[in-house]
Design a protein around this ligand. Structure first.
Ligand code: NAP
Length: 334
C-alpha cells in the first residue's frame, strides 16, 4: 500500500475515537449524542490499515472480522471515552449515521452531522489514495414503473423515504472538491443474517403485538442482502472500487414483503395481519408504513461485475426459517 499520512482531525466535537484492537470488543457506549467525532493522528502502523465508523453496529461488527481475516489491521470509532489514538489508514469504511430509524423524526435533522463526519474524514485523507467507502441505501432510487430491476444510475425517488441521498451526493462530491477517493455502497433495506437487524426487529414486534403486520397484501418486492456479503462488498469496494462510483449491495430483488413477514410469522408462531396503508400510517407512522409498503428492486450486478463481488450467504427466507433467526425465535419465546 502507498505510504500515507492521513490525519483525521477532531473537527466535530469533543468525543474521542477509540482504537479497536483485533479480537477486543469495543466497550459500552454511553452517549446518546448525534455528534459523530473522528479523531485520528498520523502514526505509522505497519500493515494494511482500515478505519471504520459504525464498527460496533450490526454490519460493522461483521466487517471487522471479515477484514481481520483478510489481514487488515482494523481501527474503529466508538463512542466510549478513550484516549486519542494515532492511526494511519489505507481505507475507511464509514457506516455510522446520526439517523436512527424510528427515533429520528426526519433525516434532514441529521444531515449537518453526517456531512460534518464526511468532512472530518476528508480532512484526514484528502489528496491520498485512501479509499473511503460511505453508506447509503437502495431506497434512494425510485422503483421501475414496469417492475424491472433498477441499477445505480436509475432516477432518484422524488419522494424518498428519507433524504440520505443528499449526504451520499455530498460524499461523492469530495472526489472533485477535496481529491478524496470516495465511493458509496447502497445497502438493501433488508441486511439480514446473524440473527440481527430488521428481521429481528419484526420478530420482537411480533412477540409484542402477537402478529406480524403486512401492508396492502405485502405484494411489494424488496431488495435483500446477507450481512456477510455486505461486509465483503465494503472491502471489495475499498480494494477495487473507483472514485465517485456507487455500488448496490443486493442479493435478491424478488422476495415480497408478504414472504418475509410470512416466514417471520411462521417461526414466531403468530399470524400475519394484513392492514391497509392508511391504518398502518395512523397507528405506526408514515415512515414505517412506507418502509413496509415500498417496492425496491435494486440490482447488485455492477458490484459483481466490476468488483468481483460474490454472493455466498443464503437467501433471506431460508435464513429466517432455517438459519440464525430460529435461535432468535427460541429466545424470544422463552
Ligand atoms: N441494517 C440494515 O438493514 C441497514 C439497511 C440499510 C442501511 N443501513 C445503514 O448501514 C449503516 C450501519 O447499519 P447497522 O445496521 O450496522 O447499524 P447499527 O447496528 O444501528 O449500528 C450503528 C452504528 O453507528 C454508530 N453510530 C450511531 N450514531 C453515531 C454517532 N452519532 N457517532 C458515532 N457513531 C454512531 C453506532 O455506534 P454506537 O454503538 O456508539 O451507537 C453503531 O456502531 C447505517 O448507516 C444504516 O443506516 C443498514
Amino acid at each position: 500500500m502507498p505510504s500515507l499520512d492521513p490525519v483525521i482531525s477532531p473537527t466535530i466535537a469533543n468525543q474521542k475515537a477509540k482504537k479497536v484492537v483485533p479480537g477486543i470488543e469495543p466497550g459500552l457506549l454511553e452517549s446518546e449524542s448525534r455528534v459523530i467525532t473522528i479523531t485520528l493522528h498520523n502514526l505509522v502502523v505497519k500493515g494494511t490499515n482500515i478505519f471504520l465508523t459504525g464498527g460496533s453496529g450490526f454490519i460493522g461488527s461483521v466487517v471487522i472480522p471479515t477484514a481481520i481475516a483478510r489481514n487488515y489491521i482494523v481501527h474503529a470509532l466508538s463512542r466510549t471515552p478513550a484516549t486519542d489514538e494515532k492511526i494511519q489508514v489505507d481505507a475507511v469504511v464509514h457506516l455510522a449515521t446520526a439517523y436512527e430509524f424510528g427515533k429520528t423524526a426526519s433525516y434532514d435533522d441529521v444531515i449537518p452531522v453526517d456531512i460534518a463526519a464526511l468532512d472530518a474524514i476528508a480532512d484526514g485523507v484528502a489528496g491520498t489514495e485512501t479509499s473511503v467507502v460511505t453508506t447509503s441505501g437502495t431506497l434512494v432510487v425510485a422503483a421501475d414503473p414496469r417492475g424491472e430491476e433498477t441499477d445505480e444510475s436509475a432516477a432518484e425517488d422524488p419522494e424518498p423515504l428519507n433524504t440520505r441521498v443528499k449526504v451520499e451526493k455530498y460524499g461523492l462530491s469530495l472526489v472533485e472538491t477535496r481529491g478524496v477517493k470516495v465511493m458509496s455502497v447502497r445497502l438493501a433495506p433488508y441486511v439480514y443474517g446473524r440473527g440481527g437487524s430488521g428481521v429481528r426487529r419484526w420478530m420482537e414486534l411480533a412477540k409484542m403485538v402477537g402478529s406480524v403486520i403486512c401492508v396492502d397484501g405485502g405484494v411489494n418486492r424488496t431488495t435483500t442482502v446477507h450481512v456477510d456479503d455486505a461486509a465483503e462488498l465494503y472491502l471489495k469496494a475499498a480494494e477495487r472500487g473507483r472514485a465517485g462510483e456507487v455500488y448496490n449491495a443486493s442479493r435478491d430483488t424478488k422476495v415480497t414483503a408478504k414472504e418475509i413477514f410470512g416466514a417471520v410469522a411462521e417461526i414466531m408462531g403468530v399470524e400475519v395481519t394484513d392492514m391497509d396503508f392508511e391504518t398502518v400510517k395512523d397507528r405506526f407512522g408514515v415512515v414505517l408504513a412506507r418502509f413496509l409498503n415500498v417496492e425496491n428492486r435494486a440490482s447488485g450486478a455492477k458490484a459483481r461485475t466490476e468488483l468481483g463481488w460474490e454472493i455466498k450467504g443464503q437467501g433471506i427466507l431460508k435464513e429466517i426459517r432455517e438459519g440464525s433467526y430460529r435461535q432468535v425465535a427460541e429466545e424470544l419465546r422463552k
